[in-house]
Design a protein around this ligand. Structure first.
Ligand SMILES: [Zn+2]
Length: 62
């Protein structure tokens, strides 16, 4: 019979599997240019957006 430790191990394993799958995704190369959102020059645009604009959760301080 499965106990709470078994359920915890299943959840931890599922979490690890998701993180490994996410880490295996190919990383887009990107190009240099001007960001379509903020207009700043960036050495690496992906789909026309710079890194800060691609990560809206971060608070930008500049
Ligand atoms: Zn931007």
């Amino acid at each position: 019979m499965a106990d709470i430790a078994d359920f915890a191990n299943d959840i931890a394993q599922a979490h690890l599997d998701r993180n490994i799958a996410a880490a295996r995704q190919p990383i887009l190369v990107g190009v240099a240019g001007e960001c379509e959102d903020c207009g700043e020059d960036s050495p690496r645009l992906v789909h026309g957006r710079c890194a800060p604009c691609r990560e809206p959760k971060r608070i930008r301080r500049y």
